[in-house]
Design a protein around this ligand. Sequence first.
Ligand code: FMN
Ligand code: COI
Length: 378
Amino acid sequence: MSKADPSSFVSLDDFEQYAQANLDRNALDYYRSGAQDMITLRENQRAFDRIIIRPRILRDVSTIDMRTNIQGVSISSPICIAPTAMQRMAHPEGECATARAAERKNTCMILSSWSTTSIEDVAATTTQGNQSPKWLQLYIYKDRKATQRLIERAQDAGYTAIALTVDTPYLGRRLADIRNRFRLPSHLTMANFSDQKSQVSQSKTTSISDNASGLATYVASQIDPTLSWKHVEWVKSIARIPVLVKGVLTAEDAKLAVEAGVDGIIVSNHGGRQVDTAPATIDALEEVSLAVDGRVEVYLDGGIRRGTDVFKALALGAKAVFLGRPVLWALNYNGEDGVVEMLEMINEELRLAMALTGCVNVSDIKRDHVRVLPQARL
Ligand SMILES: Cc1cc2nc3c(=O)[nH]c(=O)nc-3n(C[C@H](O)[C@H](O)[C@H](O)COP(=O)(O)O)c2cc1C
Ligand SMILES: CC(C)CC(=O)C(=O)O
């Protein structure tokens, strides 16, 4: 497959196949792995196949408008970019290329706090005053001052929300990374912590990370496992921008999140990378949206690979969806242009799905447009 001939790609899977043949094993395994037996990873995609679309006919679908609002900001479609760490392993321009692609498509990008480009450099690569929202993904680090500083840096650089990841008190057990003894290549750094050079190559082990990848060891040394609802309230108390929680999978936690005052919820199982056999996100979405009952916006990530997947997530209560791995594959294929091409492809698929189901606006996509088949046994 040649980069000069983008038309040879007909689905998001083609970007993945390209990257599988092109990336080195350390990076490829890190990007593609799920936790343990990778059951949740597979379910994230398979569960969409158990949802049937109920098309409506004869509704003049000559004009389709996919625009929507998230956190009060208009974007061109409900397809956004999830935070993924260390994007410069996929392409030398990494997070900057992704940010420019998001801006070109007028959609939202969430930057990982463990990015290989700094918050400020990512902001500077996009046009000043552009309305495409950039959000910062945050972990609660043991170093509370550094955590607070990240929030302040994001605000100063024009990021408009914080997505606080709540499913990673420790890193999930990703077998390939353990076998490979995952390492961040030595020419790259966790750029938001540039005062701590080459941290991911430290080999110090702790009880939880014995026999772990370099990454699990690093994460265990940095992330605060005492993370609890009071930390969510703490982030809310210092942030001047909306705070979302990323990693909710149950109605119980969705209610607690609303009570803690969050501005939005991302239904996520971290791309199947944390606790294996957790539900597929599309299977968890409806109980969360029913529990939230419109009080805050609900979003979903995990396994979205087709326009019909986006359609199903919207029908079951998501205001928008976020793509993780497809962005990495597209970045590896052709940097900024690759990510634009991938986004255009899945947006066109959504446009067609809407047209073929009689929906001219995203608000026309209703619960009645889907039927969920009984869940298969894992
Ligand atoms: C390589 C990789 C790195 C990730 N890094 C982060 C991260 O730094 N912070 C975070 O909250 N989630 C992270 N995630 C999870 C994604 O934000 C998202 O939940 C997941 O990738 C969505 O599933 P998908 O890859 O099937 O689209 C990462 C996922 C992958 C695959
Ligand atoms: C640096 C890692 C903790 C990033 C992450 O969330 C992941 O690999 O899933």
